[in-house]
Write a protein of this length. Structure first.
Length: 231
């Protein structure tokens, strides 16, 4: 049974990943900040007969990340899914940038996924599939930036993309595949009600992309519809 660890699994795309991988028979380590209030996730785990477990994890708490890695030390993790993320609290305009908010956003979107890879790398390297995927965004593409603004969010995902590229190079010899994934524009709390895609369609697309990954794909920025995106 392949296994996946998902951050931010209580709502949005993370919850949908937990739902689909549980339905597909995977061993799911579903992480979230407040397991006690994660009703939808509790329902998925409750019906899974132990195949899906919920773990308390605030991704900005590096001590908590290390403690969870210690708890799961023996368990191979086929797919490490860095999903948790935040959008900027309001549109950022030059001259009115909220630098404290920027630092907080980088802690979640950039530093946390990197720390999570450091802590769970051995679990991934001991698995069969050996995959790491980080939820990025087309808004992190420098090539695709034609409208400016959004300094906080864009920079966090562009920097995450750079981390993905370095990880892909550094981990190639250990057989670990690392990709950045763009989910499209999906109707979650972050994406909003006007977004193009149902979370189920965005996630089933990404699951399909991940299912077909080969080591030669490591270091790519891939969309939910399998298109390769420009950095
Ligand atoms: N939706 C889109 O259209 C879209 C487009 C491009 C990229 N993305 C990316 O896809 C990923 C998932 O987005 P989404 O649309 O599902 O967002 P969402 O609906 O806003 O959900 C965000 C998830 O991240 C979790 N999270 C935030 N801060 C956290 C922290 N410090 N520790 C642990 N968990 C934390 C949230 O948990 P809480 O409930 O505890 O806050 C929640 O589970 C993000 O990385 C996002 O940047 C989304």
């Amino acid at each position: 049974m392949p296994s996946v660890l998902i951050t931010g699994a209580n709502r949005g795309l993370g919850l949908e990943f937990a739902r689909q991988y549980t339905a597909d028979g995977w061993r799911v380590y579903a992480c979230c900040r407040r397991p006690d209030t994660a009703a939808d996730l509790l329902a998925i785990a409750g019906g899974s007969e132990g195949q899906t477990t919920i773990h308390s994890l605030d991704v900005v708490d590096h001590g908590q990340i290390a403690a969870l890695a210690k708890e799961l030390w023996d368990d191979p993790i086929d797919l490490l899914l860095n999903n948790a993320g935040v959008y900027e609290p309001h549109q950022t305009h030059l001259g009115k940038i909220d630098f404290a908010a920027w630092a907080n956003l980088l802690a979640v979107n950039l530093l946390a996924p990197t720390r999570i890879v450091e802590c769970f790398l051995d679990n991934v390297a001991r698995s069969d599939k050996k995959q790491i995927a980080c939820l990025s965004s087309q808004m992190g593409s420098i090539t695709d930036n034609k409208s400016g603004g959004h300094y906080l969010y864009r920079s966090s995902k562009a920097a995450l993309n750079m981390v993905v590229k370095s990880l892909a190079l550094d981990l190639h010899d250990r057989g670990v595949t690392v990709v950045a994934l763009d989910p499209g524009w999906a109707r979650t709390d972050m994406g909003g009600a006007d977004a193009d895609l149902a979370p189920a369609d965005s996630v089933s697309g990404m699951v399909h992309v991940l299912d077909g990954l080969k080591i030669g794909d490591s270091g790519k920025f891939l969309s939910y519809n399998d298109a390769q995106l420009p950095w």
